[in-house]
Ligand binder design. Sequence first.
Ligand code: ATP
Length: 313
Amino acid sequence: MSAASVFEVTDLRVTIPRAGTRTNVLDGVSFAVGAGQCLGIVGESGCGKSLALRAAMGLLPPGVERAGGDVRGEGLAMVFQDSHGSLDPTMRVGAFVADTIRRHAGVTRREARGRALELLAAVGIPAPQLRARAYPHELSGGLRQRVAIALALATEPRVLLCDEPTTALDVTLQAQILALLDKARAERGLGMVFVSHDIAVIRQVADVVAVMYAGQIVEIGPAAQVLDRPRHPYARALLDAVPAIDGPIGRFRSVAGSPPDPADYDIACRFRDRCGHRDAACEAPVAGLDGRAPAHSSACVHEHRPATVSEGT
Ligand SMILES: Nc1ncnc2c1ncn2[C@@H]1O[C@H](COP(=O)(O)OP(=O)(O)OP(=O)(O)O)[C@@H](O)[C@H]1O
């Protein structure tokens, strides 16, 4: 792992069972995150964003397997869209956070209880003494999400993997939770990976943006460059699809057509059936990008040919 990275994923491959065999849903996914840095991952539903985080955490659903790849990084914690799965419905939330602290810090029960209250306060839970005694189902979605973040921070992580952590919340709560995560990143120097459908959210949190398509990274680079000057035809379609004023703010509108089924993922560009710039060159093998060196780059074959064949010239 490079000295500057706190989290590095190399050539991650994940398979699912399909028709008696195993099908790749992720292949060749590589990226790295430095301390205090946030990598945003965007892409249509099904492109593999969640499985990339879950594979790195070792939390894949039954039947889904990591078939290759190297994951380096210590102190990984994850926050999900739906915090129900991370909380124990039978335990009061304060006790659950305190237990987690005790497991990680080896402190006394009493100290752990004190720290749990501090953490609940730090994530903006009003009246933490009172809320600590609640069971998860007694809290609102916004409070539960804050508890889930407190729980993730209770493990004193160095890397926080966030899978759409604010998607289920209203806009005001969403802004509060994003601010909270950003504060944790800045104060604790956390490396973050943040998956979202929402371009406005990604613009707010990410330093580096990776665009995934059909199980691969097809574009990566500094956030402002990728979001404002996307180069891969898929990234352009996805980002051009952000409606101005006539749709939900910041959400992607869908790109025409649909991605291939994982069983049809091949070695040529997986976007070519939907691409307005398709030509014979698109049948050549093309690999996903190595996101560990995130200079602005695109996997499109036309990027690697003379300018005369590219769009508009
Ligand atoms: N438990 C599972 N069993 C079988 N296939 C799965 C499972 N979970 C995901 N997949 C498949 O793996 C691929 C990647 O799914 P993944 O959930 O990572 O996509 P995603 O980009 O996170 O989508 P979304 O934005 O909808 O969450 C998809 O083709 C999906 O159908």
